[in-house]
Design a protein around this ligand. Structure first.
Ligand code: CFM
Length: 546
C-alpha cells in the first residue's frame, strides 16, 4: 500500500492508474467520467454524467424503482405504498433507508404505514396472464383495512415487461373510492440509468396528483417548503427545530417526515428552498411556473452553511423582525458549535477525506469537513447530472440522450386561478443584487480545490484503487463500499444511512458530525488491520493439492 510519506501522487497519475486495467474502449468511456478539477479561473472542465454504467462494472448505483419508491416516496407516512411485483422488490426496499418520521399533531395514533411492506406478490401465473386483477384486489384490500387518504402503486421490472396498465387500474379505483387518492408510478427498475430517473418519475406524479389539492389556508407569516430533505437520521427534525425557533413556517418537506396534507398544501408557500438539487430541482421550477413561487438553493449541512441559508431565507422576506430573529438564533446556536470545532480541530486539521454518495451529499458534506480543517481530495456522485457538478448554467448544453428522453418532462403552465408572483421582477432583481440568487446552483466542482479528482459513477475497482493510491484519512460512501474500504485500513463513514448516527444537519447535527469524525480519523484500530500471522508468519510453505 502506498504510504503518504512517499508524497502525494499527481492527479493525472492517479487517473491513469484507475484506468490502467480496463480494455481500451472501457478506459476511453470511463476517462470522460474522471475529471481533474481545475477550479474556476479556467472554467470547470466538462464531465460525462447520467449515462449508462458499462456492463460488467460493479457500480455503486441503485435502480429507478429504488429512487422512486425508496427515496422519494419512502418517507411518506400516511400514504399506503404498494409495490406491484414479486415480493423481493418490496421486501428489500422496506425500511432500508433511515428516514425517520414522527406522528405529528395526530399523536401516537396518527397514521403511519411505513412499518408495513405492501406488495402484490406476483407469481409466475401473474406474469403469464397479467397482474392487473391482482393489483386491483390489493388496492381494495389496503383500502378496506386502512381507509388511507392515499394509495400509491409502484411498478417493478416485470410489470413493465408484461405491460400491465397500472395507471388505468389506479384511476378506476380512485373513482370507485371517491375519498382516496390513488395513482401509480411507472418506475420499473430498468427505466432509467440510475435512481435519478426514479426521483423524476416520483416527483412528476406527486406534482400532478397531490400538490395543490388542498386550498384551505395554512397559517404562518413566513411560509416556505423544504424540497429534497429526507430526514435521514433525523436531519429534518433538527432543521425544523431551527426554522421554528426563527419563526419560519415550513409547510411541507419533500419528503422527509412528510404527510399527504403537506404536499397538498405546498403551493401556498411563499418560497421554495431546495436542499437536494439532484432529486427535486425540476419540482421547484414547476412550482414557480404554475404558482409563482420563487426558489433558492439552501444547504443545512455544515454550521456555516446553515447560518448562510437562514440569512438567505430572511433576506428574501425583507422583514427586519425576521432578519433580527435569525441573527439572534445564529448567535445563540454558534457558541456551542465553535467550542466543539476548537476542541476537535487540532486533531483533524490537515487530514483528508473522500466522498462518493448518490447526489448532493458528496458536495454538501465538504462543508462539514472544511469546518474541521479537512480537505476533500476526491469526490463524486453515483447519479448526479452535469449541472450537479458544473452548475446550472450548463443545463442548456446537456445532451439529451435516449435514456433521458425516456423520462417524462411535464409541460407546466401558470395556474388559471392560483398563479400569483410572490415578488415583482424589480424586487427579485434587487434581491439578486443583494446576493439572494434565485434558481441557481453552482455545483460541486467550483467548491473543490484545483487538482482534486471528481469521479462520476465510481465503481468497486476504482474505489479500492483510489484508497490504495491516495490513502485518505476517511472514506465516505455506502454499505456496499464499507467493508472493502475498512479492510484496506481506512475508516469509513456511511453518508447515506449515517451508520447508526445522526442527525448531522443544522447546528446540533454539525456537532454530532465533528465528534464522529474525530473518533473515526483518530482511532488506532485501523493500524491493527493486518492479522498477526500476516505480519509474523509462524508457519511457512504452501498447501499442495496434487
Ligand atoms: Fe439527494 Fe438524498 Fe443524495 Fe438522493 Fe440517495 Fe440519500 Fe444520497 Mo442515499 S435524495 S441525491 S437518492 S441527498 S438515498 S437522502 S444518501 S444516494 S447523496
Amino acid at each position: 500500500m502506498t504510504k503518504k510519506a512517499t508524497g502525494p501522487m499527481a492527479p493525472a497519475e492517479v487517473k491513469a492508474e484507475l484506468l490502467a486495467k480496463y480494455p481500451p474502449k472501457v478506459a476511453r468511456k470511463r476517462s470522460k467520467q474522471i475529471m481533474i478539477n481545475e477550479a474556476l479561473e479556467n472554467g470547470t472542465p466538462e464531465i460525462t454524467a447520467n449515462v449508462r454504467t458499462i456492463p460488467g462494472i460493479i457500480t455503486m448505483r441503485g435502480c429507478t424503482y429504488a429512487g422512486c419508491k425508496g427515496v422519494i416516496m419512502g418517507p411518506t407516512r400516511d400514504i399506503v405504498n404498494i409495490t406491484h411485483g414479486p415480493i423481493g422488490c418490496a421486501f428489500y426496499s422496506w425500511l432500508t433507508r433511515r428516514n425517520q418520521t414522527d406522528p405529528g399533531p395526530e399523536g401516537p395514533d396518527g397514521e403511519n404505514f411505513m412499518t408495513y411492506a405492501f406488495s402484490t406478490d406476483m407469481q409466475d401465473q401473474d406474469i403469464i396472464f397479467g397482474g392487473e386483477k391482482k393489483l386491483a384486489a390489493a388496492i381494495q384490500e389496503a383500502y378496506d383495512l386502512f381507509h388511507p387518504k392515499s394509495i400509491a402503486v409502484f411498478a417493478t421490472c416485470p410489470v413493465g415487461l408484461i405491460g400491465d396498465d397500472i395507471h388505468a387500474v389506479t384511476k378506476r379505483m380512485k373513482e370507485q373510492f371517491g375519498d382516496c387518492n390513488v395513482y401509480a408510478f411507472s418506475c420499473e427498475g430498468y427505466k432509467g440509468v440510475s435512481q435519478s430517473a426514479g426521483h423524476h418519475i416520483a416527483n412528476n406524479q406527486v406534482f400532478r396528483h397531490i400538490v395543490g389539492e388542498d386550498d384551505r389556508p395554512v397559517a404562518g407569516k413566513y411560509k416556505i417548503t423544504l424540497l429534497g430533505e429526507y430526514n435521514i437520521g433525523g436531519d429534518g427534525f433538527e432543521i425544523d427545530r431551527i426554522l421554528k425557533k426563527c419563526g419560519i413556517t415550513n409547510i411541507a418537506t419533500f419528503s422527509g417526515n412528510s404527510t399527504y396534507q403537506q404536499f397538498a398544501t405546498a403551493h401556498q408557500a411563499d418560497l421554495n428552498c431546495v436542499m437536494c438539487h439532484r432529486s427535486i430541482n425540476y419540482v421547484a421550477d414547476m412550482m414557480e411556473t404554475k404558482y409563482g413561487i420563487p426558489w433558492i438553493k439552501v444547504n443545512f449541512i455544515g454550521a456555516k452553511a446553515t447560518a448562510k441559508s437562514l440569512r438567505k431565507i430572511a433576506a428574501y422576506f425583507e422583514d427586519q423582525a425576521l432578519i433580527d430573529k435569525v441573527e439572534q438564533v445564529i448567535a445563540e446556536e454558534m457558541p456551542e458549535v465553535e467550542a466543539a470545532v476548537k476542541a476537535i480541530v487540532p486533531r483533524t486539521e490537515g487530514k483528508t477525506a473522500m466522498m462518493f454518495v448518490g447526489g448532493s451529499r458528496a458536495h454538501h458534506y465538504q462543508e462539514l469537513f472544511n469546518e474541521l480543517g479537512m480537505k476533500t481530495i476526491s469526490a463524486g456522485y453515483e447519479f448526479g447530472h452535469r449541472d450537479d457538478y458544473e452548475g446550472r448554467r450548463v443545463i442548456p448544453s446537456i445532451e439529451v440522450d435516449a435514456d433521458s428522453r425516456n423520462i417524462e418532462e411535464i409541460e407546466v403552465e401558470a395556474d388559471a386561478t392560483r398563479y400569483k408572483p410572490r415578488k415583482t421582477a424589480a424586487a427579485m432583481q434587487a434581491l439578486e443584487q443583494k446576493g439572494v440568487a434565485f434558481k441557481d446552483y453552482e455545483g460541486l466542482a467550483p467548491d473543490m480545490e484545483a487538482g482534486t479528482l471528481i469521479i462520476d459513477d465510481l465503481n468497486q475497482h476504482e474505489a479500492e484503487t483510489l484508497v490504495k493510491l491516495m490513502k485518505p484519512d476517511i472514506f465516505c460512501a455506502g454499505i456496499k463500499e464499507k467493508f472493502s474500504v475498512q479492510k484496506l485500513g481506512v475508516p469509513m463513514k456511511q453518508l447515506h444511512s449515517y451508520d447508526s448516527g445522526g442527525p448531522y444537519a443544522g447546528f446540533q447535527g454539525a456537532i454530532n458530525f465533528y465528534k464522529e469524525i474525530d473518533r473515526l480519523v483518530n482511532s488506532k484500530v485501523w493500524s491493527y488491520m493486518k492479522a498477526p500471522w500476516q505480519e509474523n508468519p509462524q508457519l511457512s510453505g504452501a498447501y499442495v493439492w496434487e
